[in-house]
Design a protein. Structure first.
Length: 158
């Protein structure tokens, strides 16, 4: 078994859609970033890449490259996973914690699980997504942004 940990955070900004785990969530602000700024997919991508020893999302999809401007982070997760498969490793499961004061994500968790797992060519039962607040502390507690932490497990293909 190989385990990777991923983390990402983005600040809120006006004029963008809020995308978390590949799901558009109604909210007055979106997240600032080069791609769609999906912190959930970014954290999971880093966890998967870390477990495979392939670096991080910024190395594969640099924010200096215009081809990734507004790119779907679910697409980026899938592309990263295709590189993992070339190493004869496959995805087993992931656990993701989304840290945000707002919006609550409970209504969107099942759809997020489906989208994230789909990008990893797996079933939704292999991906756990849960939300936590930051108890009003720090930039997240002040409602300035969202963060996510992910752990992913890979194993050699049989």
């Amino acid at each position: 078994m190989r385990v990777g940990v991923g983390y990402d955070s983005h600040r809120f900004t006006q004029g963008r859609k809020l995308i978390l785990g590949g799901v558009e969530i109604p909210h007055p602000q979106g997240l600032a970033g080069h791609s769609d700024a999906d912190v959930v997919a970014h954290a999971l991508t880093d966890a998967v890449l870390g477990a495979a020893g392939l670096g991080d999302i910024g190395a594969l999809f640099p924010d200096t490259d215009p081809q990734w401007q507004n790119a779907s982070s679910i697409y980026l997760l899938n592309q990263a996973y295709l590189q993992v498969l070339e190493l004869r490793l496959h995805f087993v499961n992931a656990d993701i914690t989304v840290i945000a004061e707002q919006p609550p994500i409970a209504l969107y968790v099942d759809e997020m699980r489906e989208k994230l797992a789909g990008a990893l060519l797996a079933g939704p039962s292999s991906v756990s997504v849960k939300g936590k607040t930051n108890e009003k502390m720090g930039f997240i507690g002040r409602g300035e942004g969202i963060a996510a932490i992910a752990v992913a497990v890979l194993e050699p293909a049989h």
